[in-house]
Design a protein around this ligand. Sequence first.
Ligand SMILES: [Zn+2]
Length: 62
Amino acid sequence: MDIRMGDILNMKKTHPCGNGKFLVLRVGMDIRLKCLGCGRMLLLPRMKIEKHICSIIREEEI
Ligand SMILES: [Zn+2]
């Protein structure tokens, strides 16, 4: 799955704050996400994130 910095991930599983959208801050073995609801940072293994992604929102570069 193609996950890039700056993408917004629409997750099937929501954060405890009720939000389901997360901004990608860093991509590697682990992916650093920022919850767009409460602003908290999360660091999760890529495989775990990929399983829960519903869709990827990307503002295409011109
Ligand atoms: Zn949150």
